[in-house]
Design a protein around this ligand. Structure first.
Ligand code: 5GP
Length: 176
């Protein structure tokens, strides 16, 4: 493994506080609705997904969708590759699509299109992080944890060459 220097960008306490707030807001948004299914995008959303779902005090089903666009690089390849499909139908269900980070916006828009094609009742999107300066296409995200600059980040689900996903905080990577 290549060790790199990390600088904390968002602390564990900041993340946990914000995730609780998002959980409460999402619960309000889904108030009165049944058949809610949370779709986590593997692998980056795992930590956010697990904490966010525990902060939403409602009956929710769990599904996962796998895709990758970075490979081992720190720049998006621009191509979204499906690595795992949903195990169950989301037809007529209220989908909460949970992403780790929206960078170019390509993956989130791709996911909205492919999941929208499965005829859910509604799609609501949540992303822990958003890089507004990196967006290459218009991308609406309903619930955003934190807006950050365009530095490459790791931790809390996000990796560099497969590592650092298990950090409880988000850090920028110093490549030098
Ligand atoms: P987009 O399609 O919006 O350019 O990128 C979305 C995907 O790229 C994310 O789900 C994530 O896997 C990866 N990604 C984007 N920015 C970063 C980053 O700063 N760090 C890491 N580790 N992955 C990123």
């Amino acid at each position: 493994m290549n060790h790199v220097n990390l600088s904390t960008l968002i602390s564990e306490a900041q993340i946990q506080k914000r995730v609780q707030e998002l959980g409460e807001q999402i619960k309000e948004r889904f108030s009165g609705k049944e058949d809610i299914v949370a779709v986590g995008v593997l692998k980056g959303s795992i930590m956010f997904y697990a904490d966010l779902l525990r902060a939403i005090d409602m009956d929710i089903q769990c599904e996962f969708y796998g895709c990758s666009s970075y490979g081992n690089s720190t720049k998006s390849s621009g191509e979204v590759k499906l690595t795992l499909d949903l195990a169950n139908s989301v037809k007529d269900k209220h989908v909460l699509l949970i992403e780790d980070i929206v960078d170019s916006g390509l993956t989130m828009n791709y996911l909205k299109t492919v999941i929208g094609a499965r005829n859910p009742a509604t799609i609501t999107t949540a992303s822990l992080l958003l890089k507004p300066d990196s967006l290459k296409e218009e991308c609406e995200v309903d619930f955003v944890g934190f807006e950050i600059g365009d530095d490459f980040v790791v931790g809390y689900g996000l990796d560099f060459q497969g590592y650092y996903r298990n950090l409880p905080y988000v850090a920028t990577v110093n490549m030098n």
